[in-house]
Design a protein around this ligand. Structure first.
Ligand SMILES: [Zn+2]
Length: 162
């Protein structure tokens, strides 16, 4: 039986059960490194950003599609993420106080979320509905929550239209 990348990732992730990562502020870096160092690292492009959000990485997806023949996108957000500790309005307010004439800041998104599973679903929704992501890739987008205490990935279900 030919195992999909998705299945291989989950199977290999189970081998890292028990890893404790006590530094949530660098969760994206650590989480992705731990997940993929035991996986198919030479077949995976890792895009890291604060909160692991898709919106700021969408142009990378477009680039990798054309330049490297991207086949799939995996979104991984983690438990105890710093993105659940701030609010979009706070960040905008801080920047607006320094740059009051820059109205574009009002529309900037910094990745805050309250619910880690929903943030993964929201990002899958972006990938699956964006005109910039070809259907062959959109159909191969998966999402996970990485438990920062156990090192395990939990798949996040996505239903079209969420
Ligand atoms: Zn985080």
């Amino acid at each position: 039986m030919c195992q999909s990348f998705h299945e291989t990732l989950l199977e290999r992730n189970k081998q890292v059960d028990g890893i404790s990562i006590p530094a949530p502020t660098i969760g994206e870096q650590v989480a992705l490194g731990r997940v993929f160092e035991t996986t198919l690292v030479n077949q995976v492009l890792i895009s890291r950003n604060p909160a692991g959000r898709v919106a700021p990485a969408l142009q990378q997806v477009m680039l990798f599609d054309v330049f490297l023949g991207l086949k799939s996108v995996i979104v991984i957000h983690h438990t105890d993420c710093g993105a659940s500790q701030f609010k979009e309005a706070e960040v905008r307010k801080a920047h607006k106080s320094r740059l009051p004439d820059h109205s574009e800041i009002d529309n900037m998104v910094f990745g805050a979320f309250d619910d880690v599973e929903q943030s993964v679903r929201d990002d899958l929704h972006i990938l699956k509905t964006s005109p910039y992501v070809p259907k062959r890739i959109a159909d191969q987008c998966f999402g996970y929550v990485y438990d920062i205490k156990t090192g395990l990935l939990t798949p996040v279900d996505y239903v079209d239209g969420q």
